[in-house]
Design a protein around this ligand. Structure first.
Ligand code: HEC
Length: 93
C-alpha cells in the first residue's frame, strides 16, 4: 500500500505528481510549490498531521482545497487515494 502510494506521489499521479509541490521528501519544498501561498503541506510534521483525520485527507485529494494551489485529483480511483494517504502518513515523524 505504502509502496504504491510512493510511486503515485513521486511520479505517476495525474495530472501532476504530488512531489512537484509537496517535495520529494513530502516536506512541502517541491519546485512548483515554492511560489504558492499558502505553501504546500509539510507531511513530515507529525504534530500537525496527527490532527488531520483520514476523511479530510481523502476529501482534499479528491476535491482540492479551494483558493489554494492544491488542485483536485478527482480522476484518481479511490484505491489510489488510500494508497497516497498511507504513504503520506508514513512520512510523519
Ligand atoms: C500544484 C501544487 C500541488 C500539487 C501538484 C499537489 N498539492 Fe497537495 N497541497 C498543495 C497546497 C498549496 C496545499 C495547502 C493547502 C492549504 O493550506 O489549505 C496542499 C494541501 C494538501 C493536503 C491537505 C492537508 C490538510 O491540511 O488537510 C493534502 C492531503 C494534499 N495536499 C495531498 C496531495 C496529494 C496526495 C497530491 C498528489 C496526488 C498533491 N497534494 C498534489 C499543493 C499541491
Amino acid at each position: 500500500m505504502i509502496r504504491e502510494g510512493k510511486t503515485l506521489f513521486l511520479k505517476t499521479a495525474q495530472p501532476v505528481a504530488c512531489a512537484m509541490c509537496h517535495g520529494e521528501q513530502g516536506d512541502g519544498k517541491g519546485i512548483m510549490g515554492a511560489a504558492l501561498v499558502p505553501p504546500p503541506r509539510n507531511f513530515t510534521c507529525g504534530v500537525m498531521m496527527k490532527d488531520i483525520p483520514d476523511g479530510q485527507l481523502f476529501w482534499i485529494i479528491k476535491n482540492g482545497s479551494p483558493e489554494t494551489g492544491m488542485m483536485s485529483f478527482a480522476g484518481l480511483p479511490e484505491e489510489q487515494v488510500w494508497q497516497l494517504i498511507h504513504y503520506i502518513r508514513s512520512l510523519a515523524k
